[in-house]
Design a binder for this molecule. Sequence first.
Ligand code: GKR
Ligand code: MG
Length: 431
Amino acid sequence: MTPSHAIRHVRITPIAFRDPPLLNAAGIHEPWALRAVIEIETASGLVGINETYGDLPMLQALAKAAPALQGLSPWALNEMESRVAALVTPPVQAPSEFLTQQVSLAPGTHVSKTVAKVVSAFEVAMLDLQGQLAQAPVVDLLGGAARDRVPYSAYLFFKPAEHIDRPYAPDPWGEALTPDQLVAQAQRMIDQYGFQSIKLKAGALPPEQEAAGMLALARAFPGTPLRIDPNANWSVATSLKIVEQLHGLLEYYEDPAPGLDGMAAVARACDVPLATNMVVTDFAEFRRNTELGCPVRIVLSDHHYWGGLRATQRLSTLCRTFDLGLSMHSNSHLGISLTAMTHLCASVPQLTYACDTHYPWQDDEVVSGGRLKLEHGSLRVPTAPGLGVTLDRDALARLHDNYLRCGIRHRDDLGQMRKYDPSFTGIQPRF
Ligand code: GKR
Ligand code: MG
């Protein structure tokens, strides 16, 4: 008798892993980053896996939607999407001030993204199952690989040497507040991973200091594509002043000023293409960008909140239609997310920029075999069936234990920053 591959069980395990004190426009990273690991099990005993956000509202949405998968075929992605939408579509609500600031940095935390996030969380695990059933890697289910490795970018952050409350031994990266320290951080990251482009997370220190950091990077790594991302913490005037100082250096200018209107004002007065993961974060915002004549020229997608791998492929078709570039955004994550991203990016021919990843900032891993190996800044596209990675159950248990003990249930960079500076407001644009 053929075994039934109907979905029998969905397991969601929240995890927490060490995250360094990285500075950004909203404040500073807390010592623990949250994720959730999804396992979807079939009656035949196959297990498809995925990784997604692990904040409390996301865990609640996942738990609410999970019963909808019961009895479903792993191939029934469209049916899964409509069942999930029926269960977790949130009521329309005005965002609170706190949410507006944190959400702009992590669009995945916005309630309007709940359906897309849950669909994505289940879709990737179902694709992993499909791949195991078809004995094909996920990239083949997405149409096949346009490249056999996917390039990522070095992702630099200003940071103090250690967390204020010293929850564990300091990370090996040290302090990075001056241009020289920033160059040392870049050198260390490039030596370790071989990255061939560099992004600086800005919007944290006075803009002139950040621009000095960029100039030092340009001198230290001549010819390397450079990007800067102040997460909308600069006014239009500041954005224009700084881009002038960085003349000829930038591959693209990521989210300098707030809102699509702010970005449009910057675009009118500067010739560096603008990129975003803040103002084009769903298909409705994509349409608004086109209505304004596309001030944003490069969309930094993120399958975790765009609705999954297939939704990001649909986005890539739209980008091609409107002659826009496409690349990928990242938040703190482990290897399942990096692997899913790699399958996706390999399947999209016009994804020609090196993608963002926070991966170097994490030292933990939840996949068997430990940390994934980037070579020359790229990850080789897995060829094994499904995602091509499996869970290390001991690591999962340990990371879940971290979650139980760490006490963090929502990402709160602003609250964490107030421990260092009680007068910090996080109101944007700060500069
Ligand atoms: O983790 O500090 C951070 C980043 O600033 C993150 O929140 C952003 O979403 O990486 C992101 C970006 O490119 O804007
Ligand atoms: Mg960004």
